[in-house]
Structure formats: structure tokens, C-alpha cells
Design a binder for this molecule. Structure first.
Ligand SMILES: O=P(O)(O)OC[C@H]1O[C@](O)(COP(=O)(O)O)[C@@H](O)[C@@H]1O
Ligand SMILES: [Mg+2]
Ligand SMILES: [Mg+2]
Length: 336
């Protein structure tokens, strides 16, 4: 059967033997994320017709006004994973603390924890610009059958067993890795199935697209300012194009297909950067590296950063290998 006709469900089963652990549990977990993605996609597509736009009225632990779709997506992913007795713990951008889930089946103790950004690009929800969901999966480190602890979540990104995102855009795609390359699946809304549309996705080694919120330019470290000037005035392969959607998932997806770099540096408003290490930077860094790209905070490889808290933020540079290396060179030369 040509891969183009392969559904995500078939692909997961077929590739199960390549997983680090082959108990079928990770396959069931990925299938649950696939299901939750379809439910959220259904709601996203009719945003504007149903009462899902605007603020929900609460503020999350990040101090951000939660959007109704943030709350809805958060509930759908947590319910879907909890009801299926598939994970032993969940951490989410929209939850202050991690959720410990006891197995409903004595004989079967779950081994995986999931960290999610249920709705990425919240500022774009009300203006019909593409948004996403990001997930990161680890095998727990504490004994199976005992309640999960913070230790199970504060693992280095290099320990991820799987990571991915869903982009709710002109089409809805689910893109993920289990450490054996990156594959993209497009949802056929008429049938309600994801099909393998982008096998073995890879970052072009270099590109001419840079994605950064230049509105914060004055605040940027000198190294980043110099790199942006390099893109605009010095690079041999000019002209470069500035493209910034304001949804990490969408900017990353475009740059992975066309070649480019995404940057969210630190600045006076965000002394540690804005993006969250555990459920934004680590999963995107794992995908980037699996697709031949690169990711760091300007100095340290993102996946080597030892997490210290659930919602910690880090500076983030991610994309085509040569472009990230160039930006790192400017950071080493000019620093903060
Ligand atoms: O508006 P800014 O400061 O440029 O930030 C945009 C960035 O913040 C985010 O929206 C943060 O993610 P959330 O929407 O999940 O909070 C990223 O998707 C995006 O790249
Ligand atoms: Mg986000
Ligand atoms: Mg979010």
C-alpha cells in the first residue's frame, strides 16, 4: 500500500517495534492524542459560530488571561488521556501543578507522563490565524505503581520518548517523532482520519526566513540584534524574509518545510524568554533535531538544559542547522 494512503493509526502500529519500549502502551497513548486532536479541531473549525472565542475570565499560573479555547482544549486532552487509563501523570500550561493519575486497573500500571501546551498561539484564536497543540512524552523515573512526583516531569529534553504538535491551519496536521525521524499526517475532514502526507520531514540545512517578534527588538541581547542585522544586511544569500505568525507551532512548521529560524530571546519584559521549556521548547527541539535542525538558548542545547520547575521559561532559538549555528556564533561574539 503506498504510504500516502497510510493512516496515522496504521503507521503507529507498524512502527511500534521501533519504539524504545514496545509494550503497546505508547501506541495507545499516541492514538489517544490523535483522538483528542480531532475533537479540538472540530471546535476550532467552528470558532466564531459557537461561544469559544474570547477570554474565559481566569488567569493561569503564567499570569496570562486564559482564552476559552485554552480551557476547552486543556479539558479535552486531560479527559481523553485520563479516561483511557493511559498515563500516570499530566502537566499542562493551563494547570498550576501536575496531575497524578492512578491506574484504574490493578494489573496494569501506566509508565508514561505527558506534558502539553493544549492551545499554542492563543493570541491568534480570535483573529482566525492558525494555532496548535504541543505534546511531550516521557517514561516515568519513579517506581511504577507509586504516585508520580515532580521528578517524573523535570527530566531533560533528551529523555523524551516522543513529541509532536497539531497545527490547526489551512489543513489540520499532526506531526510527531518517537526518535526515528519526523512524520506529518493531514486530517481528511470528510473521513475523520489522519493520512501520512509528509513522510520523513527534514529541515533544509539553511534558509532565508527568520521569525522573531521585532517589536521587542530594543530589548534583545546584542548577539540577537547583530544576527537580525546580518539577516537583513550582510548574509550572502540575501534577501531574507521576515515571517512571524505569533504561533510557535505554525512558525516552526513553516520553517521546517521552507528553511528558517525561529527566535524568542530573553528581554526586559521576559528576563528568561517567554516560551516554556517543558511543553514548548523541549518537544520542538526534539522534533527539530530529529529533522536535522538545531535548537539552543544561544549557548546550551535546549535538550541538555536540566529543568528546575514545571513552567520555567528559557530563551529559544530553533530551526535550520546553519542558521541556528550563525545566531549562536553572534551570541558567543556579542553576548547579551
Ligand atoms: O506575542 P509574542 O510575545 O510575540 O509571543 C508569541 C509566542 O507566544 C506563544 O503564543 C506562546 O504560546 P501560548 O499561546 O501557548 O501561550 C507562542 O505560540 C508564540 O510564538
Ligand atoms: Mg504555547
Ligand atoms: Mg498555550
Amino acid at each position: 500500500m503506498s504510504t500516502k494512503h497510510q493512516t496515522l493509526g496504521e503507521f503507529i502500529i507498524e512502527n511500534q517495534s521501533s519504539f524504545r519500549y514496545t509494550s503497546g502502551e505508547l501506541s495507545r497513548l499516541l492514538n489517544s492524542l490523535r483522538l483528542a486532536a480531532k475533537v479540538v479541531n472540530h471546535e476550532v473549525n467552528k470558532a466564531g459560530l459557537v461561544d469559544i472565542l474570547g477570554a474565559a475570565g481566569d488567569v493561569n499560573i503564567q499570569g496570562e488571561n486564559q482564552q476559552k479555547l485554552d480551557v476547552y482544549a486543556n479539558e479535552i486532552f486531560i479527559q481523553t488521556l485520563t479516561k483511557r487509563n493511559i498515563v500516570c501523570g499530566i502537566a499542562s500550561e493551563e494547570e498550576d501543578d501536575f496531575i497524578s493519575i492512578n491506574s484504574q486497573d490493578e494489573k496494569h500500571q501506566n509508565k508514561y507522563v505527558v506534558l502539553i501546551d493544549p492551545l499554542d498561539g492563543s493570541s491568534n484564536i480570535d483573529v482566525n490565524v492558525s494555532v496548535g497543540t504541543i505534546f511531550s512524552i516521557y517514561r516515568r523515573v519513579t517506581p511504577v505503581g507509586t504516585p508520580v512526583t515532580m521528578e517524573d516531569f523535570l527530566q531533560k529534553g533528551s529523555e523524551q520518548v516522543a513529541a509532536g504538535y497539531i497545527v490547526y491551519g489551512t489543513s489540520t496536521m499532526l506531526v510527531y517523532t518517537t526518535g526515528h525521524g519526523v512524520n506529518g499526517f493531514t486530517l481528511n475532514p470528510a473521513i475523520g482520519s489522519f493520512y501520512l502526507s509528509h513522510p520523513n520531514m527534514t529541515f533544509p540545512e539553511s534558509g532565508t526566513i527568520y521569525s522573531v517578534n521585532e517589536g521587542n527588538y530594543l530589548d534583545f541581547p546584542l548577539g540577537i540584534k547583530k544576527y537580525i542585522k546580518y539577516c537583513q544586511e550582510e548574509a550572502e544569500d540575501r534577501p531574507y524574509t521576515s515571517r512571524y505568525i505569533g504561533s510557535l507551532v505554525s512558525d516552526f512548521h513553516r520553517n521546517m518545510i521552507k528553511g528558517g529560524i525561529y527566535m524568542y530571546p530573553k528581554g526586559s519584559r521576559n528576563p528568561d524568554g517567554k516560551l516554556r521549556l517543558l511543553y514548548e521548547c523541549n518537544p520542538m527541539a526534539f522534533l527539530a533535531e530529529q529533522a536535522g535542525g538545531k535548537s539552543s538558548d544561544g549557548y546550551t542545547r535546549t535538550l541538555d538544559v536540566q529543568p528546575t520547575s514545571l513552567h520555567q521559561r528559557v530563551p529559544f532559538i530553533c530551526g535550520s542547522k546553519k542558521m541556528v549555528e550563525k545566531a549562536e556564533q553572534f551570541m558567543r561574539e556579542f553576548g547579551e
